[in-house]
Design a protein around this ligand. Structure first.
Ligand code: ATP
Length: 319
């Protein structure tokens, strides 16, 4: 393989830049021509593809978001769109593509290989919901951001003796809510993977009140319900004053943690190695600190399991 390209797709995640930089520089180190594509799959369709040099990825490792911009492309979901994308790559002689993104981006990369382009995925999403890797790029930074925000809310909750309901990201995955809840000492955590009864939550809050506890923190993943709905439902079981806080997009941005930069650097370079080994249709990952490659076909059908012991532990610690 003599020419490869790199793009970012789907939601941005801190550490994507480290992965871009690593893929580009590793390719140059291996004497391969490398191209950067801006605006994700849309950029492939519209030929936003340019040859990259070492300097093109300079001064980005410490920045949040993605220097290549990201996009959600409806056109790429059509065969005609993907054909245009593949033709544009082939016209430049590019045989391999590294797709840095979430599971949707992996689905796109999987379909592109049917058109003769070798593709390797690099898992980047704050949700940490991709099978085949213990952790995704962006998760560590987002988790730390959320815990920092909850710590601030805790100051107010304590000072004003109130219950706060904090809504965090996670449509289908409770990873962020669960681990942020544990790390921030939340009394209750709602995650999509588990059914938590509001009557039980009210009972626990009442038990806390009975022993003199005047404030509490509830973390709810957006996929379960909104913080507002949670507050309305809770009010049906217990008469306490609650305040809500929806963390929103502050969870996604920001300077990547050292952990995300290391992970991005390792996986970006590994994706290049996989392409050079002739691999295609796989997602790069880490498992027990070893680099791994998992077939897309497997990634699509497997759900990453949440760790029930963490849920149990957070319950035991917030009695
Ligand atoms: P995040 O987890 O942060 O949302 P993601 O990569 O899952 O990231 P998506 O919006 O689901 O984000 O997917 C990114 C892009 O991948 C889509 O806009 C689309 O262009 C492409 N894509 C997703 N699913 C498919 C599919 N089934 N076939 C072809 N392309 C797809």
């Amino acid at each position: 393989m003599r020419k490869i390209a790199v793009l970012t797709s789907g939601g941005d995640a801190p550490g994507m830049n480290a992965a871009i930089r690593s893929a580009v520089r590793k390719a140059i180190y291996e004497n391969i021509e490398v191209y950067i594509v801006s605006h994700g799959f849309n950029g492939l369709i519209h030929n936003n593809i340019k040859r990259a040099d070492l300097g093109d990825v300079g001064d980005i490792i410490h920045r949040g978001g993605t220097a290549l911009y990201s996009a959600r492309s409806e056109e790429f979901k059509t065969l005609a769109g993907r054909q245009k994308a593949a033709d544009n790559l082939k016209a430049l002689g590019i045989e391999g593509l590294i797709v840095i993104g979430g599971d949707g981006s992996y689905a796109g990369a999987d379909k592109l290989q049917e058109l003769g382009i070798n593709t390797v995925g690099v898992p980047a999403t704050i949700d940490n919901d991709i099978f085949g890797t213990d952790v995704t790029i962006g998760y560590d930074t987002a988790l730390n951001t959320i815990v920092d925000m909850i710590d601030r809310i805790r100051d107010t909750a304590t000072s004003h003796e109130r219950t706060f309901i904090i809504e965090v990201m996670g449509r289908d995955s409770g990873e962020l809510a669960l681990n942020a809840g544990l790390a921030a000492g939340a009394e209750t955590i709602f995650i999509p993977e588990r059914n938590t009864k509001m009557s039980d939550v009210a009972e626990r809050i009442q038990a806390g009140l009975d022993r003199g506890k005047k404030h509490s923190l509830i973390v709810v993943a957006e996929g379960v319900m909104s913080a507002e709905y949670c507050s309305t439902e809770l009010a049906k079981y217990i008469k306490i004053e609650t305040r809500i806080s929806v963390l929103g997009h502050i969870q996604r941005g920001g300077k990547p943690s050292a952990g995300d930069r290391v992970l991005g650097s390792r996986l970006g370079a590994y994706a290049v190695e996989l392409l050079l080994l002739g691999r295609s249709g796989v997602g790069a990952g880490v498992s027990r600190n070893e680099l791994t490659a998992t077939e897309f076909s497997y990634v699509h059908v497997q759900n990453k399991q949440y760790d029930n012991s963490i849920y149990q532990l957070s319950k035991e610690l917030s009695i």
